[in-house]
Design a binder for this molecule. Structure first.
Ligand SMILES: [Zn+2]
Length: 144
């Protein structure tokens, strides 16, 4: 499916993923976040079973859930995000699909928050060493 969007001439999610593969470096967003947190001594579980929306990382004692979102599929609501741009063709397909994804994320978030979880959404385009350091500090501040 991602290949459908890689035909544009501008960089996009699919293209960066492809480039990463070409470079032989695994830059999948989840793995980059997981590696950084693990290296910082933070321990978590993967894909909370029984939790709405299957959060990527679960910090049970801190009541914290982290979702690591690909900007395109989850429609990063940041006007500066270049990865979240709508494709230029087949809008009848993409618009409802991508809007639906984002709306589902928001519903899931509301459900989990009502159950007492704190939610952090990490966006693909924001996974920089500096942002990862901030995330580690933020998690560390949450009491176990
Ligand atoms: Zn983004």
């Amino acid at each position: 499916m991602r290949q459908l969007v890689s035909k544009t001439s501008k960089p996009d999610a699919a293209r960066s993923a492809q480039m990463a593969l070409v470079r032989g470096k695994d830059t999948r967003p989840e793995l980059r976040v997981r590696r950084a947190l693990h290296a910082a001594g933070l321990r978590y579980r993967l894909q909370g079973k029984g939790l709405s929306g299957k959060p990527d990382l679960v910090f049970r004692s801190r009541r914290l859930l982290i979702f690591i979102h690909g900007c395109f599929w989850h429609q990063h609501p940041d006007p500066d995000c270049r990865l979240a741009r709508m494709p230029k063709s087949r809008l009848d397909f993409w618009v409802p699909k991508l809007r639906g994804n984002r709306q589902r994320d928001l519903r899931v978030k509301a459900t989990l928050e009502s159950q007492g979880w704190k939610i952090i959404e990490v966006w693909e385009c924001k996974i920089t060493p500096e942002q990862l350091r901030k995330l580690i500090v933020e998690i560390g501040l949450l009491k176990r």
